[in-house]
Write a protein that binds this ligand. Structure first.
Ligand code: ADP
Ligand code: MG
Length: 521
């Protein structure tokens, strides 16, 4: 018998090809059990955590659990069509969403598909929803202010671009209102905003969309929604998706090319409203995946859920284009209790918190910010200089006022100094009130705070403070444009600016009192 070398090689090659196909089994798995949007799969020995799976009927799986003899995945899509015995195939990809300028002005779901009925989104790029946060050397300290347009915040709890500031409070204390005001105030600043709505009612979300539209703020905003009616996996994913859509702009220049020293990156504001709901969704998934429950039944890695998201907020160094991503996570508390698991976690991850209180809200102090326990640990260095100067003593004055106010409830004979301190405090509190959806230019904020701290309001009746403020702002905007411009940009508060402000406030007060003589005490 002839031994033909070519034939043997061919036979061997066939064998080898066959061998590789049997290896392919590691790429395919079988659904062992399915329910509640969770599937357990057999096979898929090489699958990685976070990888996407292809299932029948266009269903996608996201691998979360890697166990000894099975794999646990959450499912997206027509989950009810998946049955035991269905095949799942590895994709070697991790969850990605479309990113780019085409997303701006749109409402999308957690997977980046449009839900606003405005047609398909033009986006050629996909970005993984998870990415490792920029390292220490890739960053620089925050140096530009992120103006919220809310007096109480910009004066006392200033936020810088790249910072993480928590908005925390019970339901209906104005958390979303602060977020929406801040988005509206970014109009014309070039800051792209991403509003991620997690676990909220659809009607609430559409209200936010409507408000943004009416205030001309949709043009610079992406809205990612995973409403309460959507499955837990989407609510878990939505903040990461929103962050991925946001950090595209941080890492790219206006031309769409990667940001660099010569191609400055963009500025982004991400709002996660709210992370308590995301944590609850994650708890639900984890329990279904049979992960061991820990404190408050949350899985052990719930801290990592929020830390890896919020660490992505950063101010990049100049070599990387100097872009920034500011994060405003929202947490809802129960009866003002911030010592439960999720609030303490997120407080420890962020650079400060804005604490909202129902009592203040119902007493008419709106925004209902508790100034005593609200802080911003990094934004001060980025604050507009004139604001920093005029608001210097504000916090202390208000703290003293609160103490005196509580004390003076018991006695009626107050000495003159105490009386005047109380009067001042009342007017300072009043001047920090602000309605929703009227964010205020920082120079006008400076004028308001200045008139309060310098005692110009002391001889006005408390009810007259806000009407007077209106007159003051109208007067400044029409007559003192140059002064306002200086206040916005000055490197420090000079004697001239201070004298200018004092003159302007006196003048406005004369105008106001001429029309409202009864406003004087
Ligand atoms: N500064 C404010 N002045 C007046 N009303 C406000 C203010 N902030 C919030 N509100 C109102 O309070 C209600 C609850 O606010 P919202 O932001 O939805 O609360 P949360 O998000 O904390 O549940 C809304 O109707 C909102 O218009
Ligand atoms: Mg809300």
């Amino acid at each position: 018998m002839d031994i033909n070398v070519a034939e043997i090689t061919k036979a061997l090659r066939r064998q080898i090809e066959g061998f590789e196909q049997s290896v392919d089994v590691a790429e395919v798995g079988t659904v062992v059990s399915v329910g509640d949007g969770i599937a357990r799969l057999h096979g898929l020995e090489k699958v990685m955590a976070g990888e996407l799976l292809d299932l029948p009927h266009g269903v996608t799986g996201l691998v979360l659990n890697l166990e000894e003899d099975s794999v646990g995945a959450v499912l997206f899509g027509e989950v009810s069509l998946i049955k035991e015995g269905d095949q799942a195939r590895r994709t070697r990809k991790i969850a990605s969403v479309p990113v780019g300028p085409g997303m701006v002005g749109r409402v999308v779901d957690a997977l980046g598909s449009p839900v606003d009925g405005k047609g398909p989104i033009e986006s050629r790029e996909l970005a993984p929803v998870e990415r490792i946060a920029p390292g220490v050397t890739d960053r620089q300290p925050v140096k530009e202010p992120l103006q919220t347009g809310i007096k109480a915040i910009d004066a006392m709890i200033p936020i810088g671009r790249g910072q993480r500031e928590l908005i925390i409070g019970d339901r209906s204390t104005g958390k979303t209102a602060i977020a929406v005001d801040t988005i509206i105030n970014q109009k014309g600043t070039g800051v792209i905003c991403v509003y991620v709505a997690i676990g909220q009612k659809k009607s609430t979300i559409s209200q936010v969309v409507k408000t943004l539209e009416e205030n001309g703020a949709l043009g610079h905003t992406i809205i990612v929604q995973a409403s309460a009616s959507e499955p837990a996996p989407l609510q878990y994913l939505a903040p990461y998706s929103g962050c991925a859509m946001g950090d595209y702009f941080q890492f790219h220049g206006a031309d769409g090319k990667p940001a660099s020293k010569t191609n400055p990156g963009g500025h982004v504001l991400c709002i996660y409203d709210d992370l308590s709901k995301q944590a609850a969704a994650y708890r639900e998934i984890s329990l279904l995946l049979r992960r061991p429950p820990g404190r408050e039944a949350y899985p052990g890695d719930v801290f990592y859920l929020h830390s890896r998201l919020l660490e992505r907020a950063s101010k990049l160094n100049d070599d990387l284009g100097g872009g920034s991503l500011t994060a405003l996570p929202v947490i809802e508390t129960q009866a003002g209790d911030i010592s439960t698991y999720i609030p303490t976690n997120v407080i420890s991850i962020t650079d400060g918190q804005i604490f909202l209180e129902s009592d203040l809200f119902y007493a008419g102090q709106r925004p209902a910010i508790n100034v005593g326990i609200s802080v911003s640990r990094v934004g001060g260095s980025a604050q507009v200089r004139c604001m920093r100067t005029v608001s210097g003593t504000l916090r202390l004055d208000l703290a003293q006022y609160r103490e005196l106010a509580a004390f003076s409830q018991f006695g009626s004979d107050l000495d003159k100094a105490t009386q005047s301190q109380l009067n001042r405090g009342k007017r300072l509190t009043e001047v920090l009130k602000q309605n929703v959806f009227v964010p205020m230019d920082v120079a006008l904020q400076v004028a308001s705070v200045f008139s309060g701290t310098k005692g110009f309001l002391d001889d006005l009746r408390v009810e007259a403070v806000l009407p007077f403020e209106k007159t003051l702002h109208r007067y400044l905007s029409s007559e003192r444009e140059a002064l306002l411009a200086e206040v916005r940009t000055a490197k420090k508060m000079t004697k001239e600016i201070e004298d200018g402000l004092a003159a302007a406030v006196s003048e406005a007060k004369k105008l106001y009192l001429a029309d409202n003589p009864s406003a004087k005490v």
